[in-house]
Unconditional design. Sequence first.
Lengths: 664, 321
Amino acid sequence: MTSPTPAAPPAASARERRDGLMLLAALVLAVTPALALLPASIAASFGLFLAWRLLRAFRPQAPLRAWGQGLLAIVSSGLVYAQFGTLFGRAPGMSLLVLFVGLKMLELHTRRDRMLVAFLCFFLLVTAYPASQAPWVALVSLVAVAALILCLLSGQYGRHQPEVTARARRTLSMLLQAAPIALLLFLIFPRAQGPLWGSALTESAARTGLSASMRPGDVARLVHSDELALRVQFEGRAPAASSLYWRGPVLGHFDGARWTQLPSAPAAAVAPERDTSVDRATLRYTVTLEASEHPWLPVLEWPVRVLEHSLEDVRLREDRQLTAGDPPSMRVRYRVESRIGDGPGPADAPELLPVWRQLPPGFNPRTRELAARWRAEEATDGQRVARVLRHFREENFRYTLDATLTGRDGVDDFLFGQRAGFCEHYAGAFVVLMRAMDIPARVVTGYLGGDLNPVDGTLTVRQADAHAWAEIWLPRLGWQRIDPTAAIAPERIDHGRRALRLHGQDEPDTHGLWGGMRPWFEAAGNAWNGWALSYDRKRQTDLLGQLGLSAGDSREAGLIMGLALGLFGAAAAWTLRRRAPQDPLEQAWQIMCRRLAKAGVARAPHETPSQVLERARARLGTESFAHAATFVSRYLALRYGPDGGTAREAQVRELRRTAKRFRP
Amino acid sequence: MNLPALAGRLRARPGRARPPASAEGVLTQGNCYVLPTRSGLLFGMVLFVMLAACINDAIAMGYMLTFLLAAVGLVSMVHTVRNLVGLHLRIGRLEPVFAGQTARIPVQISATQGPERFALQVRLEGHAQEAGLDLQRQASGRVELAFEPDRRGRVMLPRVRLWTDFPLGLWRSWSWWRPATEVLVYPFPEADAPPLPVTGRPDGDGDLDGPGEADLAGIGVWRPGDSLRRVAWKAVARSGGDALLSKQFEGSDPGSVVLDWARLDPSLAPEARVSRLTRWVLDADASGQSWSLRLPDRQIDAGQGASHRARCLEALATCRV
C-alpha cells in the first residue's frame, strides 16, 4: 500500500509540534477528573488515541483519511454502547465526548480545530464536577484552564512567537484581570432552587448511609466508609465527643428481624424562629448535611427549635426527629438549637406510649423469659435498666464486627449464644428486653461523635461514625437515651472507634508531619465547602440583604449588572485612552504648542518649530516672542543637537518649566 | 449573517459623512470596531451550555469555572482592541506604475505608545492580499501591499484595513483608514503599435529623411541631457577618456520625433490614442531620440532623457480626452 508523502512544511513544523504537544498536555490535565469517573475501557481507548497522536508528532505520517475517521467514530460509539448499554445519559455522553475529543486531536488542520478542542475541554471540566468538588479538583481545573488559555494564545501569534514564559505571563495577567469580574458574576448571578429539567444527580445519588430500617449488620457495613455525612459548626464550646449523639431515624417497629420506622402522624412544618434569647443549657449549631436519598436531618438531642434552614419544608416529628419534606438532593444547611446534657427528656402523653411497647408475639422466647424474671426481681424501672446494663458488662459480651446471627430468634442467639455483636445488636437486644419488661423503648440510629478540627473548630462526621442506640421512657424523666455499647467493658472492644470513644480511649492521630498538617488541610477543605460550594440562594439573599439589596427584585439585580458593566466599560476605556507622549522633551513641546494655540498660533501637523515661531512673530508681543524663541532654540538643540549627557535630564526639566511659564 | 458587513452597512448609511482622507491614520478607541469571531460565537455557545448544566445541578464550582471563562472572554476583548489602538499609519514613497501593472504600496505602521503588538493584519479594500506584522514597543514596521489600479491618472488609494484577532481569537478588532495619497498611473502602452512617426523636416522635394539618417556635423562635448547613444566612443578612447564626446548632427535635431495627437489615425478612440502615444514615448526614449508631445490640453517641447519621459508620461496619464 502506497502512502502519500507527508507534506509538513519544515519551517513551521517545530513550532507546530511544540504547540501541539502543549495542547495535548493541557487536554490530559483537563480530561483527568472526567476520566476518573469513567470505566477503564473508555480511559484506555482515550489513552490509545493520545498515544497515536504523540507518535505522529514525532514521526509525521499521512493524514487520516476521511473514512478512517468515520470508522474510528463508529468504533468509539460502539464501545460506549457496549459499556453502558445506551448512548444517552450522563456517563455515556461524557464518554462519547472524551473519545471524540481524542479523535479530533488526531486530525487538527486549522486554528479553529484547535480552538474547538480547547472549548470541548472546558466543557469536559464541568461535567466532572457533580461527582466531586473537592479542593484538589478545583486546583487541577484551574491549572487546566490556564494551560488551555495558553494554548489558545499560542495559536494566535503570527511570524514571531515569544518565549513560553512571556506567553505564560500574559495568560496569568488575563486571568488575574478576569478574576474580579468572575467573582462579581458569581456573587450576583441568581441561583435557581431546583433543577431545570429532569432530576439532578439521579445516577450519582447512590449514597451509602443510614437507611429507614435496621437489620443486624447494617451499621457494621458502614464502618469502613470514610464518606462524609455532615459537618457541624458550634456556637460556643463543642461538647465532648462521647456525648455527641446525632439523632437520625427513630425505629419503633420490630418484626422479629428488622427494626423499621413507625408511620408518624403528620406534623406541622417548622418555621425558622429568630429568637435571640439564649438558654444556658442549650447549644446552637449549624449543620451542613451532604446530599442524601433520605429525608432526615440529624440533630443533637433534644432539638428545641430550628433557627434557620435552606430547605423547602422542615418538620419536627413527635419522636423529636427532624425531617425534610423531600430528600436533600444537594448539600443543605440548617441551624438548630438543642438542649443537651442530663436532665428530663421530652415527655409524651401516656396514650402515645403503647406503640413503643410493641413486640411481635412468638419471637425470642428466652429473652422474654429473662425479661420477665428481671422484672419481677427489680422494683423500679431504673433498677431494671441497671440490671440489664450490668448483665452486659459483667457477662462475657464482646463488641466486634464479625458477628453472624442465624436463626429466627436473633436476640436469643445474641444474648445466650454468641454474646458478640456490633452496636445494632446491642441496641436491638436492649430495646427488646425493655419492651419485654413493659418499658417503652425504641431504637435510634444516627451518628456518634465526629472529628473535631482543632484549627477551625468544625466537627466532621463520616458514615463510619454511624451508630445505633436506644431510648427508653421513664415516668417523671420522659425519654432518656441509653447506649448499651457504653456498658461493655473496654477491654472487650475489638473494633470500633466509637465504642472506644465512649470510654475516652480514642485519640485523634496528630503525630508526625502528616498528622500535624492534616487538620489544616481539613480546615481548608471545610472552608472551601462552607463558603465557596455552599453559596446557594439563601446565602446570596443574605449577602445582598446585608448590602441593602434584595436578590428577588429583578430591577435591582438588573441595576447591579448594569453598574458592573458600566464599571467594566469605564475600565476598558481607561486602558484604551490616548496617552500623552511619554518622552519628556516631547511633552514640553506639546505644552508649548497648546499655549501657542491659545494665543492663536495653532501648529499645523507639517510645520516645524521654526515655522511656527515665524508665524508667531506677528501674533505675540515682543517679550512673549522672545520667550518663545528661547524655548524653540533650546528645544531644537536638545532634540537634534549632540547628546548632552548627564545634564540632559536637568535641561529637559528646565525646558518644561520654560514652557509652563510661557503666558502669551 | 455576516455581522461585520452589516455593521459596515449601518455605518455607511446615507446622510452620514464619510470620514475624510488623511495623510496619517491614527487608530483610536473611536474608530476601532470589535465583534466576536466565529470561534468567539462558538465559545459563547459552549459557555451557555455549561451555564445551563450548572444551573441544573447547582454546582458552585461549575458556576465559578463558567464565570471565569466568560470574564476571560470579556477581558480578551479589551486586549484585542488594545492591540490596535494607538497605531499610526502612513503610506511610504510611491512610484508611478503603468495601468495593468501591480503597484506595490508600502504601508508604514508605527506604535509610539502602548504595548507590544502581535498578529496585525493589513489589507487594501477590494483586494485579497493580506500582510501580517508584529511590532515591538515604540517601534515601526512596514508592509507592502499589491494594488491594481483600474484606470490611468492620479488614482486615490483604496482604504486600508487593519485588523487583528490577537490574544485568544475570540474577538476581531478592525479599523479603516482612507489615505490621502494618490498613485500616478500611466496609461497602458499599446501592444502592437505602428512604428514611430517619421521625423518631419521638409526639404525641397518634399521627401522626409528617415530618422537616424542625419548628416554628421562633428564631435562636441557631451552635455548632461544628451542621449548616451550619441556618445562617440572611438573619439573618447582616442582622446584618453577624460571627457565624453558626443556626435553632433547638423540641422535642428534630425532625430526629433513629433508625437501629435491630431495627426493620429482618425479612427482611433481617444483612449486608444493615449495608449498609442504612450507606446511611442517609450519607443522614442528607448531609441535615444528626442521627441516632443502635442496633446489636446497640453504641449511639451522637444527633449529627451528620463525626466522628459516622466513629464510626458504624466501628461499622458492626466490628459483629459
